[in-house]
Design a protein around this ligand. Structure first.
Ligand code: HEM
Length: 471
C-alpha cells in the first residue's frame, strides 16, 4: 500500500512535546462524514495526521488510536484510565441496557466471572449440533434459491442463521423464521438510530413525537417483548426441567454474599446483550467472508480443495473434521483482519494524560481503531492484499501482539470469541463445500461503519450448488 503523504513523518515511540492542535472543525467533519462516510473520513484523518488522529466535535475531543503500542496502553496497560463510560452511555441507554457489554466496575466483574464459564473453548463445543443443523437449514434455503434462479441477500442470510444459532443455543428456544427476520430488522434499526443520534449536536428528548423516535421505540418494544417472553417461558416450566444453557445459568445464579438471585431486569439486559452481540458480529464476518471468496478466486479454490479433501461426502462433518480445516480457519482470520465487524471500540479518558504525541485531556473520547491497525504498513506487508497465510504460525511469529484485535483485547475482550470462531468455521465448511456464491453482476458492496461494519447497498449474490447434499 502507498503510505499516506504525512505518514512517514510520524515516528514511534515519540518523545516529542505533546501536541494540542485542534484538527478539523465540527462543520467540516459533518460535511465530510456526510459525503464519504465515517469510516473513510477516519481513514483519511489517519493519512493526514498519522497514528493518533484527533478531532474536535463540539465540546468533545475524539482521539483515534491506531498504533499497536498505543492500543496496548489503552486496552491493557492503562486500561483503568480508559474505561467504558460516557462514550458507551448512548449504547447502554438505547441499545444494550446494563448487560456485560456496556456495564462497568463490580457489576461487570461479577457478571463476567459468572458468564465466562459458559464460553470456554471446551464448553462451547456442545453447540456444535445446533450450528450444524442451522447450516443445513441455510443450505436447504440456498438450494431452493438456486433452483428458482433467484439471488439471495447475503447479509440477511447470515443474520438469519447467526440469530437462530444464538437463540437456540443460549436460550434453548426456536423462533419462527418470520419473527426472527423481523427481530433482526428491529435490532438493525436500533443500532442505526443509536449511532445517528450520537452524531447529532442537538438531541430532541425521546418523547418528542418524531417519526425516527417512534420507529425506534417500536423496534425496541418488539425486541424487549421477545426477550421478556423467552424469560417468562422458562420461568413457566419447573426448574428441574431447565436445559443447561446460558439463560438457566443467569436465572439460577445467586450472589455469593447475599444469596439473592439476579434481578429480572438484569437477566433481561444480559440476554438482550448476548442476543445482539452474539449474532450481529458473526453474521457480518460471514457475509464479508463470502464477499472475500468471490473477490479472491485463488483463495476460494484453496478453501474448496481443503474442504473436498477433508469433509466426508456420505454424511455430516464431525467436529474432528472441522478442526482439520486449517486454511479455512486462516481465511476467517484474514476476513476479520480486513473487515473487523467492530471497526472501532470506544473508551473515555478519565484523567489528563499523554499518549504518544498527544495530550489527552480528561473527558476525551478515545477510539481504538482496528480497521486501521489491521492495515498498518509497519506491521502488515501489502496490507490490502487478502492473504490467509499471514496467519501461518511461522508468519505470525514476531508480529506485534496488538497488531490484530478483531475481538478487542485485555479484560474486556469479547466473551463470545471462541463461540464465534467455531460457528464461522462450521458455516464456512458446510456451505462453501456445497455452494459457490457470486455477487450479482456489476454490484460492488460499499463498506461503511455505523459503529459496526456495514454494507448499505447490500450484498446480492447468486448461489450455485457444487454437489448433492449427503444422504
Ligand atoms: C465474529 C464475531 C464477533 C466479533 C468480531 C466480536 C467483537 C467484539 C469486540 C471487539 C468486543 C469488545 C468491545 C470493546 O472492548 O469495546 C466484544 C465484546 C463482547 N462480545 Fe463479542 N464479538 C463477536 C461475537 C460474539 C458472540 C458470538 C458473543 C456471544 C455469544 C459475543 C459477546 C460479547 C460480549 C458479552 C462482550 C462484552 C465483554 C465484556 O465487556 O466483558 N460476541 N465483542
Amino acid at each position: 500500500m502507498m503510505l499516506p503523504p504525512h505518514y512517514e513523518a510520524v515516528a514511534f515511540p515519540n518523545t516529542a512535546r505533546p501536541r494540542r492542535d485542534e484538527g478539523p472543525g465540527l462543520l467540516r467533519i459533518a460535511w465530510e462524514v456526510h459525503n464519504r462516510g465515517a469510516l473513510q473520513f477516519f481513514m483519511d484523518q489517519w493519512g493526514a495526521q498519522g497514528d493518533l488522529p484527533h478531532l474536535r466535535m463540539g465540546r468533545h475531543k475524539l482521539l483515534l488510536v491506531i498504533h499497536p503500542e498505543h492500543v496496548r496502553e489503552v486496552l491493557v496497560t492503562r486500561r483503568k484510565a480508559f474505561e467504558k463510560q460516557q462514550s458507551w452511555e448512548a449504547s447502554r441507554l438505547l441499545l444494550l441496557g446494563d448487560g456485560l457489554i456496556a456495564s462497568n466496575g463490580a457489576l461487570w466483574k461479577r457478571q463476567r466471572r459468572l458468564m465466562s464459564t459458559f464460553f470456554t473453548p471446551r464448553s462451547i463445543e456442545r453447540y456444535y449440533p445446533v450450528m450444524l443443523a442451522e447450516a443445513e437449514e441455510t443450505a436447504r434455503r440456498w438450494e431452493a434459491a438456486a433452483r428458482a434462479g433467484e439471488p439471495i441477500e447475503m447479509m440477511d442470510e447470515m443474520m438469519r442463521v447467526a440469530a437462530s444459532v444464538i437463540v437456540r443455543s443460549m436460550f434453548g428456544t426456536d423462533v419462527s423464521d418470520g419473527r426472527l427476520h423481523s427481530l433482526q430488522g428491529d435490532v438493525e434499526s436500533m443500532i442505526k438510530f443509536t449511532t445517528r443520534r450520537e452524531m447529532l449536536p442537538l438531541k430532541l428528548p425521546l418523547w418528542a413525537p418524531v417519526r425516527s423516535h417512534r420507529s425506534y421505540q417500536g423496534a425496541r418494544d418488539r425486541v424487549h417483548a421477545f426477550i421478556r417472553e423467552v424469560v417468562a417461558r422458562r420461568r413457566g416450566t419447573p426448574e428441574s426441567s431447565w436445559p443447561d444453557d446460558l439463560l438457566s445459568k443467569l436465572m439460577q445464579a445467586r450472589d455469593a454474599q447475599s444469596g439473592e438471585a439476579m434481578s429480572d431486569l438484569l437477566v433481561h439486559d444480559e440476554s438482550l446483550g448476548i442476543f445482539i452481540a452474539g449474532h450481529e458480529t458473526t453474521a457480518r464476518t460471514m457475509s464479508f467472508l463470502w464477499y472475500a471468496l468471490h473477490d479472491n478466486p485463488h483463495v476460494a479454490e484453496r478453501v474448496r480443495a481443503e474442504l473436498d479433501a477433508v469433509l466426508p461426502t456420505d454424511g455430516p462433518p464431525t467436529l474432528e473434521h472441522i478442526k482439520q480445516l486449517g486454511y479455512t480457519m486462516r481465511t476467517i482470520k484474514e476476513v476479520l483482519r480486513l473487515y473487523p465487524p467492530s471497526p472501532h471500540q470506544p473508551r473515555d479518558s478519565h484523567t489528563d494524560q499523554v499518549l504518544g504525541t498527544q495530550q489527552v485531556e480528561a473527558g476525551t473520547y478515545v477510539m481504538v481503531f482496528p480497521y486501521a491497525t489491521h492495515r498498518h504498513p509497519d506491521f502488515w506487508d501489502e496490507p490490502e492484499r487478502f492473504d490467509p497465510d499471514r496467519f501461518l504460525p511461522e508468519r505470525e511469529e514476531g508480529r506485534h501482539s496488538f497488531a490484530y484485535y478483531p475481538f478487542g483485547a485485555g479484560q474486556r475482550i469479547c466473551l463470545g470469541n471462541s463461540f464465534a470462531m467455531l460457528e464461522a468455521h462450521i458455516l464456512t465448511a458446510l456451505l462453501a463445500h456445497r455452494f459457490t456464491a457470486d455477487l450479482a453482476r456489476g454490484h460492488r458492496p460499499r463498506i461503511e461503519s455505523n459503529g459496526m461494519l456495514m454494507v448499505p447497498n447490500g450484498m446480492p449474490m447468486h448461489v450455485t450448488p457444487r454437489r448433492e447434499p449427503p444422504r
